[in-house]
Design a protein around this ligand. Structure first.
Ligand code: HEM
Length: 523
């Protein structure tokens, strides 16, 4: 063999080896992409982010944010990213993602973002456990709250407060009329709010807010709590560009400080009064319990006892009042807009309870149609349509996407609740679905297509209590009165979104007693 043939053969062998290596490399690269490439993808980012401020204009836009984000989900899919400054927030919009998030990944997503300007200013720096990071402090306070206010035994013990407050409010309306045939005009947003504030204040701090024995500055207190809930939903420029925080565009931070101070003064008064009366009390309210648990302790996690007591009481007041008032207001709007539903609810009340006695909490289990009305209201009008923000504390995979530690999470509950692949006629108010096609779906956070109270470790701790309160108040009102829309126009459904979605305008209705007079007179 001459040398040129040998060289030719060597070159052929070398190029064969090179080709084999290239094929093998391609094969492994391909396998690597299949195996890891999908997971290293981040959820798609919404286009149109501004330099530095990202999607802030979108978050502060005039349209209701849950609706804007729902349209984006139609375009970008059930998990997408929006940016506020350097921070990424993923928006979750379908039940499959919710299931994976609040089961497999729940531990990684059980904290709240602590660095938001609203959280810093309004939550006693994280001492309000609803805004506290996931950890021992949050766990300890949530446990006390669950035992001392929300256990079945405690809810049962406090039944007399709920019943007496409902009766007092019904009687107030009854007294307004001049004769039994006359309809009187009632503004329901205020009626529900006063009743709920009285109930919640009595259970938590042992006194009413409105009416006899109420606070002097009750309307101011109600407004301040509304302002608090509104400001909690605000993204400030400081959240996005911390360097510009001091400019306080829009004056939000100033308003937050003012609101926090006003509420703090109310709470200071409550705590002072409770400490003074401490030894004289037979029946303890929630604030008494908090004082006896924490006053002799040196504090927890850097928070002193006084701050913990005030912060926890405020968490419960704000958590309980707005959500329930909002739900009842939307339920009433839906009933007025859907007379056949109202008629069926009244028929159920007449059949199950009749017109000759007052309703009891123990009657609620018989009122299945009314329960379906509340579920349907919570589906179409979840009080917090975007839940309460969470933050990922670990890297994790969600729906095949890689989510990095530090990313924030918004759950678009409203979008999940109006998914047409789960709910037929998703925007129609049809309580019947909860007695037929969706009769096994409850609101406790395990059916991921219906999550008005959230899900996982951080879900609302008052699911049963909140549901029961709303059910009892709505049942009592509808049982006690005939109701009419005073206008030939349909009741409007304009809403304003803070952390809760509130009906913007008042809700005035005409009401007339429909039980035998003795039922009201003995209230
Ligand atoms: C219709 C009634 C209510 C609705 C729809 C509702 C809804 C919610 C939602 C969506 C969350 C956030 C859950 C999450 O992050 O996954 C939440 C949290 C919370 N809710 Fe409710 N809620 C209601 C009534 C109440 C009541 C009556 C109370 C108090 C008595 C209450 C106290 C709280 C607290 C303390 C948290 C924070 C829990 C934590 O961070 O660990 N809620 N609620």
């Amino acid at each position: 063999m001459d040398s040129s043939t040998l060289n030719y053969q060597n070159a052929t062998v070398a190029s064969g080896i090179a080709s084999a290596i290239a094929i093998l490399l391609c094969f492994f690269l391909f396998r690597f992409i299949i195996k890891f490439g999908h997971h290293s993808r981040e959820p798609p980012t919404v286009s149109g982010a501004w330099p530095i401020i990202g999607h802030l204009p979108l978050l502060r836009g005039s349209k209701q944010l849950h609706i804007t984000l729902a349209s984006m989900a139609d375009k970008y899919g059930p998990l997408f990213t929006i940016k506020s400054g350097s921070k990424k927030t993923i928006v979750l919009s379908n039940w499959e993602m919710a299931k994976e998030c609040f089961t497999t990944n729940d531990m990684a997503v059980s904290t709240r973002p602590t660095k938001l300007v609203a959280n810093e200013n309004l939550s006693y720096n994280g001492a309000m456990f609803g805004f506290a990071p996931y950890g021992p402090y949050w766990r300890q306070i949530r446990k006390i709250v669950t035992l001392e206010l929300l256990s079945n035994r405690r809810i049962e013990q406090l039944s007399h407060i709920r019943v007496s407050e409902v009766q007092a409010s019904v009687k107030d309306v009854y007294r307004k009329r001049n004769n039994d045939e006359e309809y009187v005009l009632v503004e329901m947003k205020q009626w529900f709010a006063e009743l709920i504030f009285n109930m919640v204040f009595r259970m938590l701090v042992g006194k009413r807010c409105f009416g006899f024995g109420g606070l002097e500055n009750n309307n101011r207190c109600l407004e301040t709590i509304r302002e608090f809930m509104n400001l909690l939903g605000v993204f400030t420029v400081g959240d996005v560009v911390p360097l510009l925080r001091w400019l306080d565009f829009g004056g939000y931070e100033k308003a937050m400080k003012k609101t926090a101070k006003e509420l703090d003064e109310v709470l200071d008064d409550f705590v002072r009064e409770h400490r003074q009366k401490r030894s004289l009390l037979d029946e303890k309210d929630f604030l008494d319990v908090m004082i006896s648990v924490f006053d002799d302790a040196s504090g927890v996690d850097g928070f002193d006892a006084h701050t913990i007591i005030k912060a926890t009481t405020l968490t419960m007041i704000t958590g309980a009042t707005d959500t329930t008032t909002v739900t009842l207001t939307w339920a009433m709007c839906m009933l007025l807009r859907n007379p056949h539903t109202l008629k069926k609810a009244k028929e159920e009340l007449n059949t199950q309870i009749g017109k000759e006695r007052r309703i009891l909490e123990s009657d609620l289990s018989k009122l299945q149609y009314l329960q379906a009305i509340i579920k349907e209201t919570l589906r179409l009008y979840p009080p917090s349509p975007l839940g309460v923000h969470r933050e990922f504390t670990e890297n994790c995979n969600l729906g095949g996407y890689q989510i990095k530690k530090g990313t924030r999470l918004i759950t678009n509950i409203w979008k999940i609740h109006t998914d047409s692949s789960i709910w037929s006629d998703p925007l129609e108010f049809k309580p019947e679905r909860f007695l037929t096609t969706h009769k096994d779906v409850d609101v406790k956070g395990h059916h991921f297509e219906l999550l008005p109270f959230g899900s996982g470790r951080r879900a609302c701790p008052a699911i049963s209590f909140g549901f029961q309160m709303v059910h009892f108040i709505l049942a009592s009102f509808l049982h006690s009165f005939e109701i009419l829309n005073p206008s030939p126009e349909l009741v409007d459904i304009d809403g304003t979104l803070g952390i809760t979605h509130v009906k913007t305008t008042p809700l005035e209705i005409l009401v007339k007693p429909c039980l035998i007079p003795n039922c009201y007179e003995t209230m």
